[in-house]
Design a protein around this ligand. Structure first.
Ligand code: GCO
Ligand code: MG
Length: 402
């Protein structure tokens, strides 16, 4: 079973996606997501120019060997572009292996550890009153876990609050739009949001919040402590995590559980966070962390240290990544939660998939492989459109994390 063809498809059914499609000499195909929001063409070029020529003629069954070949063989290790490209190859080869075996990929990973994959949705709105309505909308749809983000009084625009409620997309312009930020305004507002949500929805709905890397450790410690009465499932990305030991300080001051990892690309980015038990959930996902093979290593390390998975599932991760994530989520022992931002109908049509939402859970389906594909004819009708994520500045003009 040799790789006969591999090609990269870039499409924009409302937002940009990069997909690798591999075909074997016996006619099997596999797909892998290669989308890196705002930097899509860097990965497309990495794959087309440097990876695809080396794939032709390789044994499609040798997933681990191909992973090592691309990782060690590049000499330049890690980083989002490299690891996203490797992830795409790895995911496509798992898809092919499943089809060759006639089994859904989760069966190759050890079979089911649970009935379904519990997901959280995104309730977002400018005001607290409006966000209560949004949370209610998600509970009516059957969600058991909801992430809550609101605007901050005094600030014009805030991460996590979109114009379109179900389909939030922040990469909205060819060059970054700029937004203003104030930590004092934010810190005094968020506890009141969660007080109101708990009051309205009671103690059992799982609640989450994404800080999106905008605080320092001591500020995050204060926020975590002030949210303790509202028993969040997690506080996400409280600080930029290049400095892994920065989490020690947050940990010393609050019992609010911590989640981090959507921008991590390898086990080396979270090794200390996991081994020192500085976090509760690791949020790396298939497309940005080297594919199913590498992500499974991260989750195995996490399992040894009481850390559960909480994979990133924003709309900039394509349905191909979501399908792959679900096969892993359903099989690992230490699954926590899966993020699920619904894709638009246009995106769902370009990526027909077998997974389905029911009673607050996603189910990967029983089709051999990953159960997802790309409709290349339809994809061709949506050409690439440059779009980048916003840049955040403090009110005095200093560039800040967005
Ligand atoms: C999340 C993330 C996203 C990111 C986006 C960037 O938790 O879902 O923070 O909203 O901002 O994936 O491309
Ligand atoms: Mg996030």
């Amino acid at each position: 079973m040799k790789i006969a063809d591999a090609r990269v498809v870039v499409t924009c059914p409302g937002r940009n996606f990069v997909t690798l499609k591999i075909t074997t000499d016996d006619g099997l195909t596999g797909v892998g997501d290669a989308t890196l929001n705002g930097r899509e063409l860097a990965v497309a070029s990495y794959l087309t120019e440097h990876v695809v020529p080396a794939l032709i003629g390789r044994d499609a069954a040798r997933i681990e060997d191909t992973w090592q070949y691309l990782y060690k063989g590049a000499y330049w290790r890690r980083g989002p572009v490299t690891m996203t490209a490797i992830a795409a190859v790895d995911t496509a080869l798992w898809d092919i292996k499943g089809k060759a075996a006639g089994l859904p990929v989760y069966q190759l990973l050890g079979g089911r550890s649970r009935d379904g994959v519990t997901v959280y949705g995104h309730a977002n709105a400018e005001t607290v009153d409006e966000v209560l309505t949004e949370v209610g909308r998600y509970t009516e749809l059957g969600y058991r876990a909801v992430r809550v983000q609101t605007g901050v009084p005094g600030l014009d625009a805030t991460y996590g609050v979109g114009k379109d409620k179900l389909f939030y997309e922040p990469a909205d312009a060819a060059l970054p739009t700029e937004t203003a930020w104030s930590t004092p305004h934010y810190l005094s507002h968020v506890p009141e949001v969660f007080r109101r949500v708990r009051e309205e929805f009671g103690p059992h709905l799982q609640l989450l919040h994404d800080v999106h890397h905008r605080l320092t450790p001591i500020e995050a410690a204060r926020l975590g402590a002030s949210l303790e009465p509202y028993a969040l499932t997690w506080m996400e990305d409280p600080v930029p995590a290049e400095l892994q030991e920065g989490f020690r300080l947050i940990r010393q001051h609050t019992t609010t559980p911590l989640a981090v990892g959507e921008v991590f690309n390898s086990i080396w980015d979270c090794r200390q966070l996991i081994q020192e038990q500085l976090i509760d959930y690791i949020r790396t996902t298939v497309v940005h962390a080297g594919g199913i093979s590498h992500l499974r290593r991260i989750f195995d390390l996490a399992a040894l240290h009481h850390v559960r998975s909480g994979s990133h599932g924003a709309t900039d991760l394509s349905p191909v990544c979501m399908a792959a994530a679900l096969h892993l989520d359903i099989s690992i022992p230490n699954f926590g939660l899966q993020e699920y931002m619904r894709h638009t109908p246009e995106t769902d049509a370009v990526f027909p998939h077998d997974y389905r939402f029911e009673d607050g859970m996603l189910h990967p389906g029983e089709r051999p492989g990953l159960g997802v594909d790309i409709d290349e004819d339809l994809a061709a009708q949506y050409p690439y459109q440059p779009a980048q994520l916003p840049v955040n500045r403090l009110q005095d003009g200093t560039v800040h994390s967005w």
